[in-house]
Design a protein around this ligand. Sequence first.
Ligand code: AHM
Ligand code: MG
Length: 313
Amino acid sequence: MAKRAAAPHRPSLNYHLRIHAKAPDALRHVIMDIARAAAYVRRAILTTEAGLAGAVNQFGEEQQKLDVLSDEIIQQHLRESGLVHSFISEEQADVVELDPSAPYSVVFDPLDGSSLVETNFAVGSIFGIYEGGELIGRTPREQVAALYVLYGPRTILVYSAGNGVHMFILNDVGEYILLNEHLGIGDEAENYSPGNLHAFKDNAGYRASMDRWLQSALTLRYSGCMVADIHHILSKGQGVFTNVGGAKYPNGKLRLAFECGPFAYLVEQAGGSATDGTMSILDKRLTEIDQRTPLILGSAHEVARVSEELQSQ
Ligand code: AHM
Ligand code: MG
């Protein structure tokens, strides 16, 4: 009788998706194609000059070469997969349709924190995957998977397909190998990560949270790239990340579709919470592709405290 091969000691992303997540083959292929695209984005970061492309994206922001390049790399992989109906990218003004008979649609931010590339800080790519073709009108709770790739000293991929949150490292031959399974986020935060701090001037609730943090034993950890800052929470198992409204950005700076939605899915899968201060991010309906939302995310008790402080003013 044939001997049964032992399970790999350090499974690859493909094996993990197939055996542990029991992801449908098509979903596994989409995630593997995204992961492969991210390895190319990593290479682009290492080899491209971080200059300006001279173009302006849909939100009037200057696009850097690497934003454009990362967007093109990811688009090409999604197109070639044959499994993607439509996508929304931070760098595109409209929903882009690829194949009306394909099973999934993808939302993504190709290079989050790209202004940090020249400082050699960590940057990342963010993805959410939905079944079907329509994206407008959906809620992030309908995502069937979400993942991000963090390009730091190491390249780390973190995904959930509804079976907990799992972390992988990109090796020399382009394979993602399991580092940690079932990441969890405890209820109390020891670190705080306050984005859009300009809102401090005109948002008394945010001032109340900030005052409390400064007078507490909490430690500041903020890089300016939400992928790195939220990865800090997932890898340390605690923390709170905020980006709330002020005069300049009444709903904060971050977008529901491809920034807040995927992270809300991952963080709730890890036992944390993600809210706009009044409701779960996962239940917010996507009405426009560039819709922004306040975000308070991380350790559940701390998220609740900040939400109360924001509402009490
Ligand atoms: P980007 O997608 O244009 O790079 O902007 C998003 C980034 C987030 O990663 C980060 O949390 C936020 O902008 C930083 O905002 P702030 O400078 O207000 O702290
Ligand atoms: Mg972004």
